[in-house]
Design a protein around this ligand. Sequence first.
Ligand SMILES: Nc1ncnc2c1ncn2[C@@H]1O[C@H](COP(=O)(O)OP(=O)(O)O)[C@@H](O)[C@H]1O
Ligand SMILES: [Mg+2]
Length: 254
Amino acid sequence: MKTLVVENLQKTYVSAKSSTEAIRNLTFEVDDGEFLAIVGPSGCGKTTLLKCLSGLLAPTSGSAVLDGEPIKEPPEKLALVFQEYTRSLMPWLTVKSNVILPLKSRRTPRAERERIAQQALKAVELDAFADHHPWQLSGGMQQRVAIARAIAYQPRILLMDEPFASVDAQTRIDLEDLLLEVQKEFGITVVFVTHDIEEAIYLADRVAVLSARPTHIREIVEIDLPKPRDQVATKSSQRYADLRTYVTEMIHSS
Ligand SMILES: Nc1ncnc2c1ncn2[C@@H]1O[C@H](COP(=O)(O)OP(=O)(O)O)[C@@H](O)[C@H]1O
Ligand SMILES: [Mg+2]
């Protein structure tokens, strides 16, 4: 069974004064353990899509189904990571407490919570910072805490909305590779939204290319680059260059 099935999803924002058609029509599926990247121009409706997938926003029509269950409210087995790490962590809690917080709603026993949090922090190489507070860490480190929290939660699916857009270039490269490692280690299904074509191709198994607003899928491109990916070897390969050209031309012709 497919982990996520999105069918004829449409979203129009309606207010007293105006209506904005964000999503014209989206249909796609995500396999168990797959990494799907979604790229599209700024303002095309990517965040709107993730809000619909996470149950924060009701689609105007169509459906999103997770493990056979229609998404109507935020599903328990789903985790979200946003671009704004400064707003997603609780400043008054330590790093470890931030990671543990979502586990409390699951009633995971205390000792088990500690163990899972420690393991997740180790996976993002922050175990030495467990007792620090978010404001004592750099932006990239804070985003690693957000990733650790998502992993610790052991979601069926992880949705990420331009998660590396506000960190510097080197940190971004590190976070990309970290994400690929933990995705493999924990077998997580990921839907990763970005406006960065290179990042999408480097990370994903498939890249869904969205049109400008009101958005629809131009094409879902299979990324047949060998794994594990490598920042130098992958990005210097001819196949990578060809895929980048292909996707770039598609986006610019919309
Ligand atoms: N709450 C809202 N009310 C009305 N229009 C909105 C709202 N949120 C987003 N939009 C509009 O919907 C379109 C898609 O926005 P968004 O999903 O944020 O795009 P992206 O994430 O691809 O940049 C934009 O034109 C945006 O202005
Ligand atoms: Mg957005």
